[in-house]
Design a protein around this ligand. Structure first.
Ligand code: BEZ
Length: 390
C-alpha cells in the first residue's frame, strides 16, 4: 500500500519545484514513513484508529505534503510484522517506521530496526523490554508500557479496598507483562492474588470455563487484560454468565476502550479501568483534538487515535526541528515534549518511553450512550530504567 498524502496547495507548488528524486524515490526534503499496523485480525480496528489519528496530525501540521506514507499490514503476527519491517527498510527505504500494535510484533521487530539503525516510533505495543532491557536509541514509544499502566492500578485497587484479586489475560507478551506489573504492585501494597489464568490469544471464543474458575475462587475483584475483539467477547460473557452482579471487574483501559465500548453495551457499565487517555478529559488540548477528530471521522477518539496522533506529532516536531534522514530523526524524536490531548507528554531520556498521567475511569451510561467517568489520576508516571542502556 503506497500513498502520498495530499499536499496543501502551497506545498504542492513548492514540491513541484523540486527536481531531484532522492533516496527511496522521495523528493529532496520529503520524509518517507512506513506505517506498520494491523489492518486485519483481532486488532484491525485498533490499527485503523491509529492510522486515522496519525493522518490527522500530519494534516493539522500543514506539512502533510512533506511526508510519503507506505502502509504495511502486520496481521498481528510477529513473523509477518518482521517481514514487513524488512520490506519497508530494505525495499522502500523508509526514513522512519511508525506503528506496531502487538507486544509480540514489537518483540520481533526490535532487533532488526536497532541493527538497521532505522527510527521506530511505537504507537501502541506496550512491550516493557523495548524501553527497558532491550531499549534502543532507534526505538521511542509514545503510547505506554504494559507496566506503566498496570503497576499504578495495583496500588489503586488496594487503596480502593480490594484485598484479593483473580487475574486473567491473553496468553502473550502483553498479557504476561500486564499481570506481572499489576500483581507485583498489588501484593506489595498488601493484597493477595488468589488465582491467575492466561487464555489462548486470538483464539478464545468461550471465556465461560475460565470465568467459572475465577468466580469459584470468590475474589474481591477480577483484574484483566483484553483488547479489541477479545475485550468485547470477554465483557459480554462476564455479564451474561451472571458474574457481573457478584464480582467487580477491573483492568487496563483497553478492556472498555471508547473505540468499541458501544459493542459491549450495558455489560460494560460499572467496569473500572486505568489508561493514559479518556475522551472525557476536560482540558483545552483534548477538547480541540476531539473536535478535529470528530470532524474528520464522525466519531469520538479513543486512546488508539491519540497514540496515532501523538506519533504523528512527534514525527512532525522532529522534522520541524530540522531533522532529516534516519539518524537525525532518531535523535530528535527522543527530545519532544508538549501538552497534548492526554495532558503533559514527554519522552524519558533514560528509556525512550513516554512519561504521562494515568487516569482511572468507570464506564457509565451517559446521555449519548456509554461514557467515561474519571475517578482517579496518577501524575507523571515514568518507568524504572529496567536495565536500559543506550
Ligand atoms: C500489546 O500487545 O502491547 C497491546 C495490544 C493491544 C492493546 C494494548 C496493548
Amino acid at each position: 500500500m503506497f500513498e502520498k498524502l495530499k499536499p496543501l496547495s502551497v506545498r504542492a507548488t513548492l514540491a513541484a519545484c523540486v527536481m531531484a528524486a532522492g533516496v527511496g524515490g522521495v523528493n529532496a526534503g520529503e520524509t518517507k514513513v512506513g506505517l506498520l499496523l494491523p489492518y486485519v485480525g483481532v486488532y484491525a480496528a485498533l490499527g485503523n484508529e491509529i492510522d486515522a489519528g496519525f493522518t490527522l496530525a500530519l494534516e493539522e501540521s500543514g506539512m502533510a505534503g512533506d511526508f510519503v506514507i507506505v502502509r504495511e499490514d502486520t496481521e498481528v503476527k510477529p513473523p509477518v510484522g518482521l517481514a514487513k519491517a524488512r520490506k519497508l527498510v530494505l525495499e522502500d527505504e523508509v526514513d522512519v517506521i511508525v506503528g506496531i500494535v502487538s507486544s509480540g510484533v514489537l518483540g520481533a521487530v526490535r532487533d532488526f530496526v536497532d541493527g538497521a539503525q532505522v527510527p521506530l516510533i511505537v504507537a501502541n505495543a506496550g512491550n516493557n523490554d523495548a524501553t527497558g532491557s532491550r531499549c534502543s536509541k532507534y526505538v521511542a514509544r509514545v503510547s505506554f508500557s504494559n507496566a506503566q499502566i498496570n503497576r499504578p492500578m495495583g496500588q489503586w485497587l488496594y487503596d480502593s479496598g480490594v484485598r484479593t484479586a483473580y487475574t486473567m489475560a491473553s496468553d502473550y507478551a502483553a498479557g504476561h507483562q500486564t499481570m506481572a506489573a499489576f500483581s507485583e504492585a498489588f501484593i506489595a501494597a498488601g493484597g493477595e492474588i488468589v488465582g491467575a489464568e492466561f487464555t489462548p490469544f486470538g483464539k478464545t471464543k468461550d471465556f465461560g470455563p475460565y470465568l467459572s474458575k475465577a468466580s469459584a475462587a470468590k475474589p474481591d475483584a477480577i483484574y484483566v487484560f483484553y483488547a479489541g475483539g477479545e475485550a468485547i467477547s470477554f465483557v459480554k460473557q462476564y455479564a451474561s454468565l451472571g458474574i457481573k452482579g457478584d464480582i467487580p471487574l477491573y483492568g487496563s483501559g483497553f478492556l472498555t476502550s471508547p473505540l468499541y465500548v458501544a459493542a459491549e453495551g450495558p455489560a460494560a457499565e460499572g467496569v473500572v479501568t486505568g489508561a493514559h487517555y479518556a475522551p472525557t478529559l476536560d482540558i483545552p488540548e483534548n477538547n480541540a483534538f476531539k473536535a478535529a477528530f470528530i470532524a474528520k471521522t464522525g466519531k469520538a477518539p479513543s486512546e488508539f487515535a491519540v497514540q496515532g496522533y501523538d506519533a504523528g506529532r512527534v514525527l512532525v516536531e522532529a522534522v520541524k526541528s530540522g531533522a532529516s534522514g534516519r539518524e537525525a530523526i532518531a535523535t530528535a524524536m527522543s527530545k519532544v515534549a508538549y501538552t497534548g490531548p492526554r495532558g503533559a507528554l514527554s519522552i524519558d531520556p533514560a528509556t525512550n518511553n513516554v512519561v504521562q498521567n494515568i487516569y482511572v475511569y468507570e464506564t457509565v451510561a451517559g446521555d449519548n450512550g456509554l461514557t467515561q467517568k474519571l475517578i482517579g489520576q496518577i501524575d507523571n508516571v515514568a518507568d524504572a530504567v529496567n536495565g536500559c542502556q543506550f
